[in-house]
Design a protein around this ligand. Structure first.
Ligand SMILES: Cc1cc2nc3c(=O)[nH]c(=O)nc-3n(C[C@H](O)[C@H](O)[C@H](O)COP(=O)(O)O)c2cc1C
Length: 405
């Protein structure tokens, strides 16, 4: 991510505690991921953590002094009481991996080293990422301690299940660095969509000809996925109705997978009732095979010399009678007459806004990470954009939605 989305993270400070679990080997990648978002990362390591990863590695990757001692006589500049200065500086306090020992100490207010003392002194939101042997995790003591932390509003990132470093199989793995970084980003993002429900359609639809063949289009779902992520980060409750795609949506969204335009219509119909905003970013088929053969059409014999097509269900037109105060946003993918075609689509479908994007070029539209085009409302052009990251465009679209909510 870069541009405005990363700019939003600039100047944020994460104080990152690493404790003595084997998953500390993932910590350098967490630091790298946070720094890639423009976040300033200062690391505190417990004595046990230093058995697994060296302060020198972390210092080099974070670009900041690593703190290890409670009673330090070396101050980088002037004199500071480290645990208070670090606690006050943090916008977010991350602990990953968090050992059973650290979790127990935090739950009971024990402050016997620099990390536990700083964690006790901070008023920043805490994100604790437990990682340990499955029996340590399921031990009632650990479960009670985690419950205590949760009841105090501390965010716990659930450990994943799988093969553990200790040889056991079960829950206890530290989630991958990208997942931890995303959770920090969520904590630090502005929350201007709290309490709002956004329904987003994404990706292409696949319209079957027979059990083997189908008609589809070039949509990859990237623009939709960028919108899903931006809306989740800004604290909306997001439901995604997705055609077949090869990407992962933001982990906070509810994803409903569909295949055809008909299935997409049914799911949008079902979920529209809770939505404050509907964003139709999917590239829904305009035409579908008039008939689906239940058996594979053989090349030999009669075969097919032509394909009968019928118009697909028009999702937006079907939903318009239930629009009421909801905000409806559409997308128009055009190769020419971008503005005219988009304006016509917006008017004919009764949309509040349309995002017209240029397709047919390599660097914009389907499959690319950037997009060019115009955001339009019935009263005229709201914004033009040229080759901007889809993640940034997603935030721009949401900024315009916010003004209307
Ligand atoms: C090889 C090895 C791996 C360990 N892995 C973990 C672990 O994944 N999770 C955990 O809670 N403790 C683990 N421990 C135990 C902790 O290192 C030990 O409880 C230590 O006191 C934790 O100190 P800290 O919480 O101050 O970092 C491990 C110990 C060893 C020797």
């Amino acid at each position: 991510m870069d541009g405005s989305a990363a700019a939003a993270m600039n100047n944020s400070v994460v104080v990152y505690g690493i404790t003595g679990g084997i998953a500390a080997y993932k910590a350098p990648l967490v630091v790298r991921g946070l720094r890639a978002l423009g976040i300033d990362v200062t690391v505190v390591m417990t004595e046990s953590a230093r058995q697994f990863v060296t302060p020198y590695t972390i210092q080099t990757i974070s670009g900041n002094q690593v703190y290890t001692e409670m009673f330090s006589t070396v101050a980088a500049s002037g004199f500071e009481i480290d645990h208070i200065a670090l606690a006050d500086r943090a916008d977010c306090f991350l602990i990953a991996p968090a050992t059973a020992n650290f979790i127990a100490k935090l739950a009971h207010g024990i402050a016997d080293d620099l990390l536990t003392t700083t964690a006790l002194a901070t008023r920043a939101p805490l994100l604790v990422c437990p990682s340990m042997n499955v029996n340590m995790l399921t031990n009632q003591a650990t479960q009670d301690n985690l419950q205590t932390l949760q009841s105090r509003g501390i965010r716990i990132l659930e450990p994943e299940a799988g093969e553990l470093a200790c040889g056991w199989e079960g829950q206890g793995r530290l989630p991958e660095p990208e997942r931890i970084v995303a959770e920090v980003q969520h904590i630090l993002s502005k929350k201007d969509f709290s309490g709002k429900n956004i329904l987003i359609t994404c990706g292409p639809t696949c319209e079957d000809i027979d059990p083997v063949r189908y008609i589809t289009n070039r949509s990859t779902g990237k623009m939709g996925a960028a919108l899903v992520e931006a809306a989740c980060l800004r604290d909306a409750r997001v439901t995604v109705i997705s055609g077949p795609v090869h990407l992962k949506y933001a982990p906070w969204a509810e994803v409903i997978e569909v295949r055809s335009a008909r299935e997409m219509l049914n799911q949008v119909n079902e979920h529209l009732v809770e939505a404050d905003v509907l964003i139709m970013a999917a590239a829904v088929a305009d035409f579908v095979p008039a008939q689906i053969s239940e058996r594979k059409i053989k090349k030999s014999g009669t075969g097919i010399s032509s394909l009968d097509l019928a118009p697909s269900p028009d999702i937006l037109s079907t939903l318009i009678p239930r629009k009421n105060a909801k905000i409806f946003i559409g997308f128009a993918a055009e190769t020419e007459s971008l503005l005219d075609n988009a304006r016509q689509k917006m008017e004919s479908k009764g949309l509040d806004m349309i995002v017209a994007n240029q397709v047919g070029r390599k660097d914009t539209g389907f499959a690319s990470d950037t997009n060019s085009g115009v955001i339009l409302s019935p009263s005229g052009i709201m914004e033009r954009f040229e080759l901007i990251e889809k993640t940034d465009l997603a935030h721009k679209i949401l900024d315009h939605v916010k003004d209307r909510l």
